[in-house]
Write a protein that binds this ligand. Structure first.
Ligand SMILES: [Fe+2]
Length: 373
């Protein structure tokens, strides 16, 4: 096995007896994340933001909005009218036979999806309570025109002569959904559930500062497509005082699309959260925004792709370990800005220590260290 983590300043391989980062015999191996399902009170407001962020509408009714990127395939976000909440992720299985296998292993059934989505689905609850949908044979929309990466003069490698560079300040065209990050009070149980049921494999583990011996508290997880490369993470799971959506990320063509698209969102008065920078886990160039309902969404470009041969890396979970370059992680991104959300998070810590979550006082102290280190 190749160890790509060798040269990185903070990463180390697994020690004897640590989590192997993959299941021996998973029920199925999903191919990719398909879409996310959310509920929002105002679909019109959600659609205005979505278009400014770079999505295209594929379906709209009084009670539902479907958004897509320019890549071919299914929509990548499904929003139904309701109170403001994250419902769950959907993953794409290799075929319908895998759905039958998963349904049998989880005591669920294969159901037909509504006509505008097409295909079949199995709906299962993971241990932290998120509704996980695994789909196959959904309607494939054809590719839409995307944004071409700009020709760059890189060092002495000249790609444009007598041609000035003028990236338009416009919505960055979203190409596809890349990943979702979820917080779980039973992180370890959720992690094992995803590895055993969906065949996902861990790219990187993080642990609370000074608590490596207590095991990982965050994992970046990718699809196992054999020798076909997959995103460094399609799902990331992190331990915290309540079960919640953290953020989701959408690929755009290049840095100029991301930066000019960000200026466009800023011009419209939307709330910037953190960026522009380059992550460590996954290496993406990133920029984070808050949608009008407070959901954190990320534009990214140039992310790592790994095939199934790479072993997990191990690193300390700190705010400064979130990026190789860029401004320091903001209180808004870290969820510690004064406001309703951070208050909810803080209040959740008290019962989380007492109930059956994986959080105890020691873990809580570890978690509080993350933002400060
Ligand atoms: Fe992300």
């Amino acid at each position: 096995m190749t160890d790509v983590h060798e040269d990185l300043h903070h990463e180390q391989g697994a020690l004897a007896g640590e989590h192997p980062g993959r299941a021996q015999q998973p029920v199925i191996k999903v191919q990719d994340i398909a879409w996310l399902e959310l509920e929002k009170p105002d679909l019109a407001r959600a659609e205005v933001f979505a278009h400014a962020f770079g999505f295209t509408t594929t379906y709209r009714s009084a009670s539902e909005l479907n958004l897509r990127g320019s890549d071919p395939g299914a929509p990548c976000v499904i929003i139904r009218k309701g109170r403001s909440r994250f419902v769950g992720p959907a993953f794409r299985a290799a075929d319908a036979a895998d759905l039958v296998r998963l349904a049998a292993a989880t005591g669920s059934t294969v159901r037909r999806l509504p006509e505008h989505l097409g295909g079949l689905s199995v709906d299962v609850r993971e241990p932290a309570g998120a509704l996980v949908r695994v789909v196959a044979d959904t309607l494939d929309h054809e590719a839409l025109p995307s944004q071409e990466p700009l020709p760059l003069n890189v060092g002495h490698d000249l790609r444009r002569t007598n041609a000035p560079q003028r990236p338009p300040r416009r919505p960055a065209v979203v190409q596809r959904l890349g990943h979702v990050v979820l917080q779980s009070t039973r992180y370890r149980e959720s992690l094992d559930w995803y590895l055993e049921h969906l065949g996902l494999i861990v790219s990187d583990f993080l642990f609370f500062p000074g608590q490596r011996e207590r095991g990982p508290t965050m994992s970046f997880i990718r699809c196992d497509r054999g020798d076909q490369p997959a995103d460094h993470h399609t799902l990331a799971l992190t331990l915290g005082p309540r079960n919640r959506y953290v953020h989701s990320a959408y690929q755009v063509s290049d840095l100029d699309a991301l930066a000019a698209g960000g200026e466009h969102l800023r011009d419209l008065g939307y709330q910037h959260s953190w960026g522009i920078g380059r992550h460590i886990q996954g290496s993406q160039i990133f920029d984070y925004w808050r949608d009008p309902d407070g959901f954190l969404v990320e534009h990214f470009t140039d992310g790592d792709r790994f095939d199934c041969s790479l072993e997990p890396g191990w690193g300390e979970m700190t705010a400064s370990n979130l990026a190789q370059w860029g401004p320091p992680a903001t209180p808004d991104f870290l969820g510690i800005a004064p406001g309703k959300e951070s208050l909810r998070e803080a209040l959740a810590m008290i019962p989380a220590v007492r109930n059956d979550s994986e959080i105890d006082l020691n873990r809580l102290l570890g978690l509080m260290k993350v933002a400060r280190s």
